[in-house]
Design a protein around this ligand. Structure first.
Ligand code: ZN
Length: 469
């Protein structure tokens, strides 16, 4: 404080905030912008500006038309004036008439919800709000699908304490009562939810209309509405208004997000487009109006993710299985080893102990490209030996082994092998899965999980044999 000046109004170079300590009126509503400001922010530090505001507000007590008010109490909506303390050093806002019940003046008996609702209704008096309401009405009046258009009509519910004052109401196609609530100011979730319930019970559709909406800078209340509305925001902006004028009917900008699944991750993209009111999905029961069905798509994406994670899980177990796999183990130990991993991969192996060992050896040789003990587990030195062995001792796996060799690009072309492959092929074409060269179905189950690349080749070749026969 500068003692050189008896009154602060004389200190034009003042740099300190001009608002008094602990003002009774802590918040004011600027009707020109629709913004609720702290008294300190509204008064500022510029003496000249504060004195101008003081003159402007001094005229408000004479105003009879509410449209001309400029700064009011956000809660009781009565005009304010800007007074100076007796000391002459600081300013404060005061109600022009102190008769009103106002939470800024008496704290008791006002619930948080009632305060928020009063503040919300106060902002409806602001200039931007009124302009948008006018814009919406003009569009509705030009659209022959709408009738009974009413502006700020008081709607009485069954319980008198739940009176609501929607901005614009209209009847759509003579059947659906639509209530538009312009959303420039903020209210809190309980109010949003209470309004949804109120209109659901009345069988009417409540549409929250925004001036703009973006995931980057929306406010909490806007997100509450957006999430409740199937992740769609309804916007009436300049572009939407131009669309309405061109088409002579109501179209609203819809901002929505689409979920997708990418490499096990859920991700979202934001979109927007102007949509004819007719083409928006509407549900009174859910109190939703939207273009993109996020919840429907999300369920599909979640199921995809679930499948993807299961495939990943099994892939990891398969890797562990092969990391420690020893093809030279005898059939008993091989079976024990397999049984440690198979249940986690939803595989059974109990009843195929002997064959399992041969199956794993030949498949692993093909997978690793190593026909020796380290790959095939037998004492062979080349793949021709394995072909011979499978043909003679594991005949029913021969076709599958040929598929495995093809899948891992290890095809052998010697005449003896080619002849046998043709023999097996003819047999599979003729008898299909009953061919003596075709395996039991359990090996298909094992192959699908343990050697998925072979399973793909097997399915493709088998479908050709079926077409051929
Ligand atoms: Zn007040």
């Amino acid at each position: 404080m500068d003692d050189d000046y008896k009154r602060i109004a004389g200190n034009l170079d003042n740099r300190q905030n001009l608002c008094c300590e602990n003002p009774e009126v802590k918040e004011v509503l600027d009707l020109g912008t629709g913004k609720v400001l702290l008294a300190q922010d509204a008064i500022g530090s510029d003496v000249n500006g504060a004195m101008r505001l003081r003159r402007k507000l001094a005229g408000q007590h004479k105003i009879t038309d509410d449209d001309q008010l400029e700064v009011i109490c956000p809660y009781c909506h009565k005009p304010l004036r800007l007074n100076c303390l007796m000391s002459g050093q600081r300013f404060y806002f005061a109600h022009i008439k102190r008769e009103n019940n106002c939470p800024q003046l008496e704290k008791k008996n006002w619930t948080k919800e009632r305060i928020e609702a009063a503040k919300y209704n106060g902002q409806k008096e602001s200039l931007p709000h009124k302009q948008m309401k006018g814009d919406l009405c003009r569009v509705l009046e030009a659209d022959s699908r709408f009738s009974d258009i009413a502006v700020e009509e008081v709607v009485k519910g069954e319980d008198p304490s739940t009176w609501r004052k929607p901005d614009v109401r209209a009847l759509y196609n003579g059947a659906l009562r639509v209530v538009f609530e312009i959303q420039l100011s903020t209210t809190f979730l309980e109010v949003v939810l209470a309004r949804r319930d109120f209109y659901r019970e009345k069988g009417e559709l409540l549409v929250w209309v925004f001036k703009k909406f973006s995931l980057r800078d929306a406010r909490m209340m806007e997100f509450d509405t957006f999430h409740a509305n199937n992740m769609n925001a309804i916007v009436l902006d300049q572009k939407a208004q131009e669309w309405c004028q061109q088409h002579g009917k109501l179209g609203l900008k819809c901002v929505w997000v689409e979920p997708k699944h990418e490499d096990g991750q859920l991700s979202h993209s934001e979109y927007s487009d102007i949509i004819d009111f007719e083409d928006l999905s509407k549900s009174v029961e859910d109190q939703q109006i939207y273009w993109f069905d996020y919840n429907g798509k999300r369920a599909i994406v979640d199921a995809e993710l679930e499948r993807w994670r299961e495939v990943e899980r099994v892939r990891n177990i398969r890797e562990s299985f092969f990391d420690a796999f020893d093809p030279t183990l005898d059939a008993d130990d091989q079976s024990k080893y397999a049984n440690k991993f198979f249940p986690e991969m939803n595989l059974r192996s109990n009843d195929i102990k002997w064959r399992l060992s041969g199956y794993l050896r030949m498949m692993n040789a093909a997978r690793t490209g190593d026909p020796t003990k380290r790959g095939g587990g037998w004492g062979f030195s080349n793949f021709k030996n394995i072909y011979d062995n499978v043909y003679k001792s594991h005949t029913s796996l021969y076709f599958l082994f040929c598929c495995a060799m093809k899948a891992y690009s290890r095809d052998e072309t010697s005449t003896s092998i080619t002849d046998r492959k043709e023999e097996a092929w003819r047999s599979v074409c003729a008898d299909g899965e009953n061919s003596k060269f075709h395996h039991d179905s359990i090996y298909s189950e094992l192959t699908e999980v343990l050697f998925p690349e072979v399973h793909e080749v097997y399915k493709k070749i088998l479908s050709k044999s079926k077409k051929g026969s």
